[in-house]
Design a protein around this ligand. Structure first.
Ligand SMILES: [Mg+2]
Length: 168
């Protein structure tokens, strides 16, 4: 059970992700969360830096699908600005939306990485679907009550991972 909560990689932000390393692992597809992964929760649109990062991903041959528990409207705004497909109302950590993303990308789980800021939705869902999982530090602290509660559990959990490493 715990294994499915431990990210394969932990980074400060999406910009720190080593794209060459992913390529070497055979990963050519990315399933990416929006809120607090790409932009702060309250930020309506992707900023210049985010858009440029997506350009770099595309230039490096990555296929991308956004995946969000947020609304259709939220996801559509990002889809349009970034020019990639996206899934709204994903109900992460349920596997359905991840499978849908793999279908859209025409990709196998072992060729695909999930990038997200939450352990109990993004990482757990990604792992359950068999993806390589990358946890980023959340960009903003303003969140819904439920997410706040989950954050407390996450902090506790991450501390345990740090203390016990792979033995956990
Ligand atoms: Mg998020």
């Amino acid at each position: 059970m715990y294994e499915k909560l431990i990210p394969d990689m932990i980074v400060e932000s999406v910009y720190e992700i080593d794209l060459n390393m992913l390529k070497k692992r055979g990963i050519n597809n990315l399933v990416i969360d929006i809120d607090n992964t790409l932009v702060p929760y309250k930020c309506k649109l992707p900023d210049k830096k985010t858009i440029e990062w997506f350009e770099r991903l595309k230039q490096n041959g990555f296929k991308i699908c956004l995946i969000s528990n947020n609304t259709e409207r939220r996801v559509n705004e990002f889809r349009e600005k970034i020019g990639v497909p996206g899934i709204a109302w994903a109900i992460k950590p349920r596997k359905g939306a991840f499978k849908k993303a793999l279908k859209i990308l025409n990709a196998k789980p072992n060729e695909t990485a999930l990038i997200g800021d939450q352990i109990f939705t993004d990482i757990l869902g990604g792992k359950r679907a068999g993806l390589y999982t990358i946890l980023v530090k959340p960009l903003s602290k303003e969140e819904f009550g439920w997410t706040r509660l989950m954050r407390r559990a996450e902090r506790h959990f991450l501390k345990r991972i740090e203390e016990y490493g792979d033995q956990f």
